[in-house]
Design a protein around this ligand. Structure first.
Ligand SMILES: [Fe+2]
Length: 169
C-alpha cells in the first residue's frame, strides 16, 4: 500500500492543560487485544503502529488527502504491547474510500519477528467481497484480520468495541 510510511502534513496542535483536544469525527472505536507469536504466546514490547483514513476518506498523506480533511483526526497511532502482550488504540470505525473496503493498516515490530505489515477489516462489511486484497485472502487469513465489532454499551465513550489479537510468526 502506498500509504505507508505515514507522516504528518503539519504538526499536531499543542493544547495547554485544560484545553479540549480536537475530537475526531466518525464512530469512535476501541481497538484492543494481545500480540501473539506463532505459538500463541503473548509478545511483550512489540511496537505497533496503525494508520487509516479519516471519516472523509482522507489519509494524512500528501497524496492521500482529499478535498475534505478532518483536522481532529490524527490519522495514525503508535504504542507498544505491555507485559501481557496487550495493546489498545482509540480510533474511528474505518470507512471506505474509492476502490477500497474499510480497513486499518497495521505494522508490528519486535526483535523476535522483525517487521510485519497487514490490514484489519470489518467482518461482514458489504464492500469486502469486492476488495482486491480481501478477496485474495483465504478463510484462515481472514480469520486473522477480521474485526468483529461490538456495539459499545449506551453512555460509553466509544460507539464500537473490538477485541483483535494480532498474530505474528
Ligand atoms: Fe488504506
Amino acid at each position: 500500500m502506498w500509504t505507508q510510511p505515514f507522516f504528518l502534513l503539519k504538526p499536531l496542535p499543542f493544547r495547554p492543560d485544560g484545553q479540549p483536544l480536537p475530537r475526531a469525527r466518525g464512530e469512535h472505536l476501541d481497538l484492543h487485544g494481545v500480540v501473539r507469536d506463532g505459538a500463541g504466546r503473548a509478545v511483550d514490547g512489540a511496537e505497533i503502529e496503525i494508520w487509516q483514513c479519516d471519516v472523509h476518506g482522507s489519509y494524512r498523506h500528501p497524496r492521500g488527502a482529499g478535498d475534505r480533511i478532518d483536522a481532529g483526526f490524527q490519522g495514525f497511532g503508535a504504542t507498544r504491547s505491555d507485559g501481557r502482550g496487550g495493546y489498545r488504540f482509540r480510533t474511528i470505525r474505518p470507512v471506505p474510500y474509492p476502490g477500497r473496503t474499510p480497513h486499518i493498516h497495521v505494522k508490528l515490530r519486535h526483535p523476535a519477528f522483525g517487521e510485519v505489515t497487514s490490514q484489519l477489516f470489518v467482518a461482514g462489511e458489504p464492500g469486502n467481497a469486492g476488495d482486491f486484497l480481501y478477496r485474495s485472502l483465504d478463510d484462515a487469513d481472514r480469520g486473522e484480520v477480521d474485526m468483529r465489532l461490538q456495539r459499545a454499551p449506551a453512555g460509553d465513550a466509544v460507539s464500537w468495541i473490538v477485541e483483535r489479537d494480532l498474530g505474528v510468526g
